[in-house]
Design a protein. Structure first.
Length: 286
């Protein structure tokens, strides 16, 4: 595929990989019940890169947890890979705002950890951890700019470097689905933009399905090929739009009129979703 000519396709043109059918989440019972997510229908195609944006507490992370089997819907259904959640195991990679690297392991062993746990890799871990699996880790570290850092420990790395290692750990076991919950939110702007480029390159090369939760509208538009805007609690999807810009995207493109207009439209919807009360919670960048 020529990445220069790649234009995102809507999920309707490709097989469904994730599907919500009027799925909702309610915490508590009776008078103490709080509906976090209103009945929601959402279809994500295989190989799609979808970003969820919206005000704090709108249910973005709740949707992520439902897809990752950490929460079951209170009503409705969630299907992944064509089957109801839990029916057929798939490999999932996860990366969060906190890298959660184990401080007593070096970077190589931190990245290799899923290969020790996730089938079918765990069956060959003892035989391949010093050969094939080590080579796999070193190749991925080099892809994200961490070549030669495998023997370092997390405390010896900057925040941006630890997040690169965190991405490698999420991808080392060739996941079918990558779930990202504000993985770049704690980083400075320049490091964040550098990691956007790395994440885009990884997605273009691997073509896995990605679901991203972010408060950064610029990040959503740079990385995703679809952006879903959510309302305040109880969360529901207000808008589901294509990001109809060619790849690979660059930081320079984020200053172009079409990109700026998209950010402004998204921001206006989120302000309206909060009742128009003031400024959208930082860090939302228009």
């Amino acid at each position: 595929m020529n990445a220069q000519n790649f234009i995102p396709q809507h999920a309707g043109s490709r097989p469904a990989f994730i599907e919500f059918e009027h799925a909702s989440i309610t915490y508590g019972r009776g008078d103490k019940a709080v509906q976090a997510l209103a009945p929601t229908s959402l279809r994500i195609g295989e190989g799609d890169f979808v970003a969820l944006v919206g005000p704090s507490g709108c249910g973005k992370s709740t949707i992520l947890k439902m897809v990752g089997e950490l929460l079951k819907p209170s009503s409705g259904n969630v299907f992944v890979a064509g089957r109801e959640i839990g029916a057929t195991p798939i490999r999932i990679g996860m990366a969060y705002q906190n890298p959660t690297l184990l401080p007593w392991l070096n970077i190589r062993d931190n990245v290799m950890l899923p290969l020790k746990i996730v089938p079918p890799f765990r069956h060959d871990y003892r035989a391949k951890r010093k050969s094939e699996f080590r080579d796999r880790v070193e190749t991925l570290l080099a892809q994200v700019g961490l070549g030669g850092f495998g023997d370092k420990y997390p405390w010896q790395l900057s925040g941006g470097m630890m997040q690169r290692a965190n991405l490698c750990r999420a991808l080392i076991h060739d996941p079918d689905l990558l779930l990202l919950d504000e993985p770049f939110g704690a980083l400075d702007q320049f490091t964040r933009e550098e990691l956007w480029s790395i994440m885009q390159d990884l997605w273009l090369s691997k073509k896995l399905t990605v679901l991203l939760v972010t408060h950064d509208l610029k990040e959503a538009a740079y990385l995703a090929n679809r952006i879903c805007v959510m309302s305040a609690r109880p969360g529901r999807i207000l808008d589901d739009s294509l990001v109809d810009m060619p790849r690979p995207r660059t930081i320079e493109m984020t200053f172009e009129p079409a990109f700026v207009a998209l950010n402004q439209r998204l921001r206006a919807m989120i302000v309206d979703a909060r009742g128009g009360a003031g400024i959208v919670n930082a860090p939302i960048h228009a």
